[in-house]
Ligand binder design. Structure first.
Ligand code: 13P
Ligand code: SF4
Length: 363
């Protein structure tokens, strides 16, 4: 497991929760000044504005993983995002660096849809019907570190939504099937974008023996898609796209590839949060862009680009990203190395690093 689950409540002392927002901001800024280069704060694109604006680096999960590897002067890397992102920073950081995640409660329900036991069970079932040396395990970044370790150990790779296409290419140069977990939709959208025919996609229902498929069907498939999803993105539908276009006939629609293939097909473009940010930045002043991703990010883009109309395709909040707040961030930076420290078993770090390094080599 990535971080030890201590309690089911935020352990931030009440004194932090009672402070006014301005006081918390000032306290965090003061700590950052005090630590200087020894402390670096990373903020994912979905972080609420107050937290996002205090980060030294912003970006998508691929970009922030890369940033984490480059912080040679930092003693403390504070990761404002969800648990799998902070755990990835722990894997990629130097051993003497301390990685801090302000809320151990900020998990990812999609990442929790694939456990190491389920993946190992599926792998064993596959090995009974085919030669698993031909199967490349690929985990989406949104997964427990133990799954990344599994990929490292079994000739596989980690991908994010910004390099999934390249990771597919990497995999097909080494095998003839991909077992992709835990997001069905990113896997399917990537397979579609690479022209892999539908009859070679197989939805792998991990709760059923052999994914719920006949051995011949497994043999024919090129991409086995784990039946997991992100509730924040599965919310967006082609009907939302139709409604926006009825209201704004010239609107461009950009969505995250965790949306269903139908929603992606109805939209103009799909890509990682970094891609979406660039798409909006490069849009013409005066244009209308509807964005199908987490609402905190859409609101920030609308605020940053007031010379164009940036709209949510529909409102969808990631409650887990929202669990990082000024209170638990202030508590974390007030006690660096003492609270909210991310730890992982060394063997998981070593094996997960293999798969993450492969990810960083693929664009
Ligand atoms: P990005 O890699 O695009 O930042 O996405 C992370 C995520 O959790 C999307 O739901
Ligand atoms: Fe997980 Fe979805 Fe939240 Fe991303 S938006 S962190 S995939 S629940």
């Amino acid at each position: 497991m990535e971080t030890a689950v201590r309690t089911l409540v935020d352990e931030t002392p009440d004194e932090y929760l009672e402070l006014e927002e301005e006081d918390l901001v000032e306290r965090i800024r003061a700590r950052k000044r005090e630590y200087g280069k020894r402390m670096v704060v990373l903020g994912h694109n979905y972080q609420r504005h107050a937290v996002y604006s205090l980060a030294d680096f912003h970006g998508d999960s691929y970009g922030l993983a890369r940033v984490a590897t480059e912080q040679k002067d930092a003693e403390f890397i504070v990761f404002c995002g969800v648990r799998f992102m902070a755990a990835t920073a722990r894997v990629l950081a130097q051993p003497h660096q301390t990685v801090i995640h302000p809320s151990h409660l900020a998990g990812c329900p999609m990442a929790d849809m694939a456990s190491i036991h389920q993946v190992e069970k599926s792998w064993k079932e596959l090995s009974e019907v085919l030669d698993v040396r031909r199967v490349i395990p690929m985990t989406y970044m949104n997964s427990d570190a133990s799954l990344k370790a599994f990929c490292g150990e079994n000739g596989g790779i980690v991908c994010t939504s910004s390099n999934a296409g390249g990771a597919f290419e990497w995999a097909f140069a080494r095998g003839d099937k991909i077992l992709f977990f835990p997001d069905e939709h990113l896997g399917r959208n990537t397979a579609n974008s690479r022209g892999i025919p539908k009859e070679e996609h197989l939805l792998w229902d991990y709760r059923k023996p052999l994914g719920g498929a006949a051995p011949e069907r497994v043999e024919r498939a090129k991409v086995l898609l784990w039946k997991g999803f992100c509730h924040v993105h599965q919310w967006f539908t082609p009907e939302h796209v139709i409604e926006i276009r009825e209201k704004y006939p010239d609107a461009k629609v950009v969505v995250h590839p965790e949306c269903t293939e139908e929603t992606v097909a109805a939209s103009d473009a799909a890509g990682s949060t970094g891609f979406i940010e660039k798409y909006v930045r490069n849009a013409e002043p005066g244009s209308v862009i509807a964005v199908g991703t987490e609402i905190q990010m859409v609101s920030r883009l609308a605020f940053q680009h007031q010379d164009r109309t940036v709209l949510p395709l529909s409102r969808s909040l990631c409650p887990n990203m929202y669990k990082v707040n000024l209170g638990n961030l202030a508590y974390s930076v007030d006690h660096p190395g003492e609270v909210n420290v991310v730890t992982l078993p060394q063997d998981i770090i070593d094996k997960a690093r293999i798969a993450l390094k492969r990810m960083l080599e693929v664009n």
